[in-house]
Ligand binder design. Structure first.
Ligand code: SF4
Length: 364
């Protein structure tokens, strides 16, 4: 059978199967599913944009405890929000969340609006996130099209396959809209997201026990593995880094703030030793008045590798311990002791470097 030979006539049937499936297989124990409010739905949707649900679970409760509502988030500092976001990655989401909270207070009376265009006018909210907020928080009929839903629709309708160029989003949105019911839309939205993440999963989907298999075009044409067409893997860039961890005699670490833009925008980080610069030259560039004679425990720590889909980093932490604790704070830098005393926004990578340097001092 050709993948395109089965007619699409599945409107209510599809939604009904997915909803029935969710009654016995869907998840209802996520913290954002209890005490549901537009604010909690919004925060969870932003966290879930690029982070696995199981990772979000451990951060969500702490975040909403620290910032329980839109006003609290709007009046927090960038560092407070970034610090609380630590471990979730893609830190620009945290900055946009705070910017959106400020905009909500200024323009919407501190409440999340109820229309797609208004929601999409806020930083960090696209059409799918807006749809999730409307359906899950307000039970208003609005489709979503996150990665899980794309995968289910692509297979069920056999679109976006190997012989097609990537189909326009408008086609997938049409399909998503056609399946979204008018009633109990919040339950359907949660159900289709769960279905994509537990049943119609990326590798080895559970087709043999799938309630959609009777009408799933990819399954019926034995071509599930072809949908959706895989994205081209980005070329992995190899980087060598030598972060300089400067510790004063009390263990405080000197960090510099990164500028706007890039993955780590506005975060605090250890300075890097440039390939052709030594420690003294780097310190001079930072205008840090330190003599090498003040080092009491310096040196390189065994290299390690950090990789993701795009970057493979070989990291050698260079530790630079000082005898003094009073050496000034150059412009754009700060001394960091711990999150309680100095809550600075930093990545897990930076915290790891600091921990390595501190422990190196203890062991040697
Ligand atoms: S039959 Fe397989 S491919 Fe089709 S929707 Fe179900 S799990 Fe996904």
């Amino acid at each position: 059978m050709s993948p395109k030979s089965v007619a699409i006539n599945t409107l209510d049937w599809f939604a009904k199967q997915v909803l029935d499936w969710s009654r016995s297989h869907g998840r209802s124990d996520f913290p954002w599913q209890s005490n549901k409010s537009p604010y909690r739905v919004w925060v969870s949707e932003i966290m879930l944009q690029q982070t696995q649900a199981n990772t979000v679970v451990s951060h969500f409760s702490r975040f909403v405890e620290e910032f329980p509502n839109i006003e609290a988030l709007a009046s927090a500092t960038e560092d407070d929000v970034l610090s609380s976001w630590m471990g979730l990655g893609y830190y620009r989401r945290a900055l946009r969340l705070r910017e959106a909270a400020l905009q909500l207070v200024e323009q919407f009376g501190g409440k999340l609006p109820r229309t797609i265009p208004e929601l999409c006018s806020l930083p960090g909210i696209g059409r799918s996130t807006a749809g999730a907020i409307l359906s899950c928080a307000y039970n208003l009929p609005a489709p979503i099209l996150d990665a899980n839903v794309r995968r289910v629709l692509s297979r069920f309708h056999a679109v976006n396959g190997p012989e097609e160029s990537r189909i326009p989003d408008s086609k997938l949105w049409q399909l998503a809209e056609s399946h979204t019911p008018n009633d109990d839309v919040g339950s359907y939205t949660q159900a289709i997201m769960d279905f994509g993440s537990k049943q119609c999963i990326q590798s080895n989907p559970l087709c043999d026990v799938c309630p959609l298999r009777g009408r799933c075009i990819a399954f019926r044409s034995d071509s599930v593995h072809l949908y959706p067409k895989p994205r081209k893997s980005p070329q992995v860039v190899e980087i060598t880094r030598r972060p300089l961890v400067i510790l004063d005699s009390q263990g405080a670490c000197l960090l510099k703030r990164l500028g706007d833009g890039g993955t780590y925008s506005r975060l605090w980080e250890t300075p890097d030793l440039q390939p052709n610069a030594n420690v003294e030259q780097t310190l001079a560039q930072m205008q840090l008045p330190i003599e090498t004679a003040t080092i009491y425990n310096g040196g390189e720590i065994s290299p390690y590798n950090v990789s993701n889909q795009r970057i493979s980093e070989s990291v050698t932490v260079v530790r630079y311990g000082l005898q003094s604790s009073v050496i000034g704070t150059p412009t754009g830098t700060s001394w960091y002791r711990n999150h309680e005393e100095t809550p600075l926004g930093m990545s897990v990578k930076t915290q790891r470097r600091i921990d390595l340097a501190r422990n190196f001092g203890v062991q040697s």
